[in-house]
Design a protein around this ligand. Structure first.
Ligand SMILES: Cc1cc2nc3c(=O)[nH]c(=O)nc-3n(C[C@H](O)[C@H](O)[C@H](O)COP(=O)(O)OP(=O)(O)OC[C@H]3O[C@@H](n4cnc5c(N)ncnc54)[C@H](O)[C@@H]3O)c2cc1C
Length: 457
């Protein structure tokens, strides 16, 4: 690479300041690294009394701990967040033969096959918090503004990367040039850092899409989140806080692209009607549904999490099915891991931060892979109306509700305070399912429709 006298010197360039990139840049700055943070668009400030952001995330206690240690959680608390202390899931598919098991049918308010998790039973105040993505991002940006080691290049975008033995040079759309020892791509699922570095991915699109809606409803704000599994996809309720005395919630409706397209075209009144009919009866009466948007769903895993002086984190490295609300939490775990590996080097002026990248990849890539498998286990077994699969999962749910130890393990995992024990790893679970002659036949039978798989650079 040609030495440039004009390239501004940094230790680390972070491209993308969504929730994950902003958290990493802040943490690196706090450790004493000179950080350049490149972002296309700054988040809008969150005005008190404003309608909730359409995009929300369930932030687990592990992520909360990280954000607290970075000094960003306080900003979230001052703005708005909703703790949830109960979590309910059940299979809403009706059994196809008469007489229908009435307790399993959708007409019941509390189906027999419902698994209920209660944080108090685990000695915890809550499982986590539902936080608007805009609030998390805004709190991180507010903290970054007080961190002199982080320089923001915004609005600006990544144009080129040229990597060498000793350093890496980045040019931006504004023609600014930055020189550093490491570039970290936190620029989301369609990462330009990843493609410029020549890192390939495995990507598979799910047949289902997700329609997310912000709704206001009658009655007090809730602290329970629930998800009913239908063969066409889950329908989920995530509580949001009361704003000026009005209760809000975020709903997620997973379904076929055709059904999602129909729902998007409905007037607000017809959309509310469709939700009240399609969602379980425990959904409070909706008073408004001012915002909705749909998202295609794909699982994606980068073939490598680093190459030369470039590394990937968050959705730039992996995406998972959002049905368990764990995607950004996985990204925050990447941040935690990288910060832990880089911290000992921060005080050494000649230390090369790329030395830890292999360890980063070895820790984080298998963890993301395990999560992808776990989400597939849910997706393929619940999006399936074949009777044997339906009976097996209902028996599983009935048993799960009655096995406090198993419930505790799952709940601790959802909170981010435990990892999946080896004996419960998704591949182990899949391997214990009854086997017909060939594994490919199992997958073909479990999959509702054939997904499109692509592997590209
Ligand atoms: C329907 C749905 C529901 C979800 N619910 C949950 C949930 O409940 N809990 C959970 O944990 N996760 C959830 N997720 C997943 C979660 O939203 C993502 O994992 C998370 O937003 C990824 O954050 P990120 O910072 O890695 O990437 P992004 O949020 O995509 O941020 C990337 C940033 O990089 C910037 N950028 C992109 N390209 C460039 C460039 N060339 N130059 C400069 N800047 C650039 C963008 O402007 C953006 O700010 C959900 C996802 C979906 C689709």
């Amino acid at each position: 690479m040609q030495e440039s006298a004009t390239a501004a010197p940094f230790d680390i360039v972070v491209v993308g300041a969504g929730m994950v990139g902003a958290a990493l840049a802040l943490g690196l700055g706090r450790q004493g690294w000179r950080v350049a943070l490149v972002e296309r668009a700054a988040p809008a400030p969150v005005e008190p009394g404003s309608q909730p952001d359409l995009r929300v995330s369930a932030i687990n206690t592990h992520s909360e701990k990280l954000l607290r240690s970075l000094g960003a959680w306080q900003g979230i608390e001052q703005c708005r967040l909703t703790p949830f202390d109960r979590l309910c899931v059940w299979d809403a598919t009706e059994l196809p033969f008469p007489p229908r098991a009435p307790a399993l049918s959708r007409s019941q308010d509390t189906p027999l096959n419902e698994v209920r998790f209660d944080a108090r039973a685990l000695g915890q105040g809550q499982f986590g918090h539902i936080v608007e993505n805009g609030v998390t991002q805004w709190a991180l940006w507010s903290a970054i503004r007080t961190e002199p080691a982080v320089t923001c290049f915004c609005p600006d975008g990544l144009a080129t990367i040229s990597d060498s033995e000793t350093d890496v040079e980045v040019t931006l759309d504004s023609d600014s040039r930055l020189r550093a020892r490491l570039v970290i791509g936190a620029d989301g699922a369609t990462s330009k850092v990843r493609s410029l570095a020549g890192i390939g991915v495995y990507r598979e699109q799910y047949e289902q899409q997700a329609l997310v809606a912000t709704v206001s409803h009658a009655g007090p704000p809730q602290t329970v989140t629930w998800q009913a599994f239908h063969p066409s996809g889950p329908r989920a309720y995530l509580p949001l806080p009361a704003i000026d005395g009005q209760s809000w919630a975020s709903l997620v409706w997973y379904d076929s692209p055709e059904r999602i397209a129909e729902l998007k075209l409905l007037s607000e009144a017809d959309f509310i009607q469709a939700i009240q009919t399609g969602f379980p009866r425990r959904l409070p009466r909706l008073t408004a549904a001012p915002a909705r948007a749909s998202f295609p769903l794909a699982k994606m895993q980068a073939n490598n999490y680093y190459k030369g002086r470039v590394a990937l984190i968050g959705d730039a490295a992996h995406t998972i099915n959002p049905l368990a609300g764990l995607g950004v939490n996985l990204g925050f775990q990447d941040v935690d891991c990288l910060l832990g590996l880089l911290e000992p080097l921060a005080e050494q002026p000649n230390a090369d931060p790329t030395h830890v990248l292999m360890r980063y990849q070895n820790q984080r890539r298998p963890a993301a892979q395990q999560m992808i498998w776990l989400m597939d286990l849910f997706y393929y077994s619940f999006s399936n109306s074949r009777l044997p699969v339906q009976l097996a999962r209902n028996l599983g749910l009935l048993a799960a509700q009655r096995l406090p130890m198993a419930k505790q393990l799952v709940a601790r995992y959802a909170m981010g305070v435990s990892t999946v024990p080896r004996s419960l790893s998704p591949m182990e679970l899949i391997s214990h399912l009854p086997r017909p002659p060939s594994p490919s036949a199992v997958l073909t039978r479990l999959r509702p429709r054939k997904p499109r798989a692509t592997s590209h650079h």
